[in-house]
Design a binder for this molecule. Sequence first.
Ligand code: HEM
Length: 414
Amino acid sequence: MAEAVSTARAVPDPWSIPLDRIDVSRSELFQTDSHWEYFRRLRQEDPIHYCPNSMFGPYWSITKFRDIMDIDGNHQDFSSEPGITLADRPEDFQTTNFISMDPPKHDVQRKTVQGVVAPVNLAKLEATIRERAARILDGLPVGEEFDWVERVSVELTTQMLATIFDFPFEERRKLTYWSDMATSGELAGGPTPEPVRRAALLECLEYFTRLRDERVNEAPKSDLLSMLAHGKDTRDMPPMEFLGNLILLIVGGNDTTRNSISGGVFALNQNPGEYAKLRNDTTLIPNMVPEIIRWQTPLAYMRRTANRDVEIGGKTIHKGDKVAMWYVSGNRDDEVIEDPDRFWIDRPNARHHLSFGFGVHRCMGNRLAEMQLRVLWEEIMKRFSFIEITGPVERVQSSFVKGYASMPVRVHHQ
Ligand code: HEM
């Protein structure tokens, strides 16, 4: 079974480092899977924690479940503007979108696109997703080692995105590329140089503008782009806002689902008893899915900015301060979640987690993501008795997107 990638770069001991030197926004903590004990310490000793110095400037860390819910649910005091990552967007390249807006503008724009994930549309999508998942799984080289991330997680989520945008299918990998570019910028602690990132996003804008112009002249359809093109509140969006919303929908539906797919395989390999339980009873899949999403927490945090001085847990967060709500930590808070470090596929109340956030910004695609994962696991269990991780996994270098860059596996038939 695979171990996490080795901790090549030494990280300071989480229990002896002075509290004010703890900076959980460092991407290497996530890349080396060494963040857990830092968060455990913060939950125990300083749940509302101030970090005076980081590559993103000073910021607060909120690490307990209930405090996160309070802040996420309070958009009056904690704004999503100017953005939801600790990295500030460059002044000269502002791609705004509704995840970075407060009501009422947020509500208007969200309403325009949320029809695409309405239950009736999800029901229509399910058969297509099942068929595409089946085709991908049937094409896997049984008995040979391959990268699960590339061949399944990325491919399936990309096909999904192409479906919900009605994007040219043979060009779908462009969506993956743009999503990767959007989240891997050096300003956010990732490896991609800023000029490369901008060029990719402008290419994305140009491509989608062309598609939108075509859709405007066609009758309205149920894909996202058509909805954006025809919606009365979205059709005249300025280009950078249009780009911002595209990126939101591409990233929202890409990295997150991708890493839940890989995370499920990883969790089951680490917990053979749970894998055995699943083999014996595949009706556990609908409950296992939210447990995977909790356990993985594909987005480690969301940022807010204080609109006024607010006192919380005996500390004063000042107007203008950055606040990170660490879902990855709240999901391991034993005051709310029983035995939180345990991966437990028949966990009672498994949907009670923070991975989709809370409040007006609660993930718009949460039911779509759950449906995709359920369908995928149903199809996997029809075919393979074991997806075996055969070597070290490589993790993404980011404190925002929590996921896997590669995962060597071998699949075994029944
Ligand atoms: C397991 C998969 C997913 C996870 C963990 C996830 C997580 C999140 C989180 C944490 C937020 C912000 C919540 C907050 O601030 O309170 C969010 C918002 C959002 N997500 Fe997801 N997401 C997932 C899948 C998807 C999919 C498949 C879509 C595609 C439609 C999507 C679209 C969005 C959008 C549009 C928003 C912005 C909502 C708003 O600001 O009102 N997500 N997601």
